[in-house]
Design a protein around this ligand. Structure first.
Ligand code: FES
Length: 186
């Protein structure tokens, strides 16, 4: 075979090789497309699961429903719950205490006792919170009030916002119990 014939043959092999590589890349991309699309469909319910959960701000009620007498009032938290394939609108996900003082300061606490998760109650006479399970007592500002309080921390405060002039919105969260640090539950 002459030198020219050898060069021509080499060029043809290289072109063939490049065509093969190109075909392989195109084939792989064609296969990946449906795979990625399918993955998105499978993961979609998991992604949507976050929507409507109680982690964000939730409208709790109207400002007019909360007297500015400085006494805590219990509110249920209603939110949309969604599992992988079903949506449950407006179901109870927890409860909080709201307190509004004369100067219109509003505070919110999760009703769950940080000791072991019982529901804290309000003693309107004593103007404090009591937990019936192991006798933790808390001041109206949420701090521990009795010396033998078994709770590792005060009550868990929640962020409050007034929106549209008269709507109370609360950033609802629950936290790990039995530990001193305030660690949000996932
Ligand atoms: S759960 Fe409240 S004091 Fe133990």
């Amino acid at each position: 075979m002459s030198k020219d014939e050898l060069q021509a043959s080499g060029g043809s092999d290289r072109r063939g090789f490049m065509r093969g590589v190109l075909a392989m890349i195109t084939g792989t991309l064609a296969l990946l497309g449906p795979l990625v699309g399918g993955l998105a469909v499978v993961l979609e319910p998991l992604r949507q699961k976050k929507h409507g959960q109680a982690g964000g701000f939730i409208k709790v009620g109207q400002l007019a429903s909360l007297p500015n007498n400085g006494l805590p009032k219990k509110y249920d938290i209603l939110a949309d719950r969604q599992d992988a394939w079903n949506r449950y609108p407006n179901v109870p996900v927890g409860s909080i205490y709201l307190r509004r003082t004369e100067d219109d300061q509003i505070t919110a606490f999760n009703i769950i006792c940080p000791h072991a998760g019982c529901f804290v109650q309000v003693d309107q006479q004593q103007k404090q919170y009591n937990c019936p399970c192991h006798n933790s007592q808390f001041k109206l500002d949420g701090s521990k009030s009795n010396a033998d309080n078994p709770s590792p921390r005060g009550m868990d405060p929640l962020d409050v916002e007034i929106r549209n002039g008269d709507e109370i919105w609360v950033h609802y969260q629950s936290f790990k119990t039995g530990v001193a640090d305030r660690i949000p539950n996932s």
